[in-house]
Design a protein around this ligand. Structure first.
Ligand code: UGA
Length: 429
């Protein structure tokens, strides 16, 4: 199949590269000329483990190419995937202007046989609305909704071994086309859900909102454990053994972040209020996660007292391990709050420092060891593997006080205690 991806950001690139790897002829398009030039020079603008390997292979096989506009296309695509951003407006609503513009441009530049697949995360009703607007402008193209469920840091695995592929369609022609595009996964008997466009759109929002709810819930249980003397890791493990609950997304931490959960859950809440349909659970999850950074700083203050003139080493800036993405990372908010309390901060992250330095003005170190130099405490905010295996003897020499706030619960407290460290973790005393 001949496919075009409009929007060569995270979703467009991962999906485009992987579909070309599966044998489709793919053009990744983006209006950002410098991005397209970098891609043409075989430089990936995003960090995603293993993507580089497939990217190079697809370019080498000539299945993958790049363009800034439709004029550069050497073929008529069977499908155009819209993978542009849907950032939040100040009121929380998803900004659909880029999706709208990209859809209209796709229709204007192709014949009605080309199907337009919306992969950007859009509120339920958007696809139907786009379809209506296309018809009003005289275009006969069909719209499909095909939300993505890729996680940053393990997107290749998620793509190649999908739990499910959700496709919202309005006719058989669209269903058949999507079956050809995803033939590999049909052969593998991966679960497919063919449904209406609106149900597909809502499935994406509901999935992210539900996962965010699990995280906010376990974080509140962690707070309760600290008060009552329970151990949240044990509670989460025991809860997760019930298949009705499941063990995933019950890891306590400094709150959920990234470019998806915070944005999507706000957009869903906005949508609910538009329909005058209060979603109490959703509103509470947003509130709970917003309070999380203050919670975390309060815990640090409780242990260290006045933070003025305290030297604190921050380990971890990205919103989770395995990515350089710091968008809506809890670490950023926590750093700002610690700064307001008068603490001196030095941060280290194996991948996220470049992105963080455009939004933060704190010192950055070249390793966890140099970040910890002369510090009164370390605060771990991202679960990078290298923080799990820190050399306590070296840290003991570098630090002023042997205190670690392990706010991803990744350390072996007993081992750290042997080296004289006091380790505070979430959801346990
Ligand atoms: C999320 C979803 O997991 C994907 O299925 C979805 O495709 C994607 O959003 C999207 O909408 O594009 P992602 O944002 O990459 O993926 O990250 P997650 O792994 O879901 O983590 C989100 C946040 O929750 C991170 O800050 C992470 O540290 C936090 N988290 C996750 C926890 O605090 N505890 C957990 O148990 C799991």
């Amino acid at each position: 199949m001949k496919l075009v991806f409009v929007g060569s950001g995270y979703v467009g690139l991962v999906s485009g590269v992987m579909l070309s790897y599966l044998g489709h002829e793919v053009v990744c398009m983006d209006s950002d000329e410098s991005r397209i030039n970098a891609l043409k020079n075989h430089k990936l603008p995003i960090y995603e483990p293993d993507l580089e390997k497939y990217f190079r292979e697809s370019i080498h096989e000539e299945y993958l190419s790049f363009a800034t506009n439709y004029k550069a296309l050497k073929f008529t695509p069977e499908a155009i995937f819209i993978t542009v951003g849907t950032p939040s407006l100040p009121n929380g609503e998803a900004n659909l202007q880029y999706v709208f513009d990209a859809t209209m441009e796709a229709a204007a530049n192709t014949s009605s046989n080309t199907i337009i697949v919306i992969k950007s995360t859009v509120p339920p009703g958007t696809g139907e609305n786009l379809q209506k607007q296309l018809r009003e402008k005289g275009y006969k193209h069909d719209i499909i909704s095909n939300p993505e469920f890729l996680r940053e840091g393990c997107a290749i695995k998620d793509f190649m071994q999908p739990d499910r592929i959700v496709v919202g369609v309005s006719n058989k022609k669209s269903t058949d086309l999507m079956k050809i595009i995803y033939e590999r996964f049909i052969q593998q008997e991966r679960p497919f859900v063919f449904t209406s466009i609106t149900s597909a759109e809502l499935t994406k929002y509901a999935s992210n909102a539900f996962l965010a709810t699990k995280i906010a819930f376990i974080n509140e249980m962690a707070n309760l454990c600290e008060k009552t003397g329970g151990d949240v890791d044990i509670v989460a493990k025991a809860m997760g053994l019930d298949p009705r609950i499941g063990s995933a997304f019950l890891q306590t931490g400094p709150g959920f972040g990234g470019s998806c959960f915070p944005k999507d859950i706000m957009a869903l809440e906005h949508l609910a209020s538009k329909y005058d349909m209060p979603c109490y659970v959703l509103s509470s999850v947003i509130k709970s996660n917003k309070n999380r950074s203050r919670d975390i700083v309060a815990k640090i203050k409780l242990a260290l007292g006045d933070l003025r003139d305290k030297m604190i080493a921050i380990l971890g800036l990205s919103f989770k391990a395995g990515t350089d993405d710091v968008r809506d990372s809890p670490a950023i908010e926590i750093i700002k709050l610690l700064g307001e309390e008068g603490a001196y901060l030095c941060a280290y992250d194996p991948a996220g420092m470049k992105n963080a330095s455009s939004i933060l003005t704190i010192n950055m170190a070249t390793s966890y060891k140099t970040a910890a130099r002369n510090s009164d405490a370390i605060v771990i905010l991202t679960e990078w593997p290298e923080f799990k295996n820190m050399d306590y003897n070296i840290l003991a020499q570098e630090m002023r006080e042997k205190v670690i706030f392990d706010y991803r619960n990744i350390l072996d407290r007993e081992e750290a205690a042997k080296a004289g460290f006091t380790v505070y973790q979430l959801g346990k005393r």
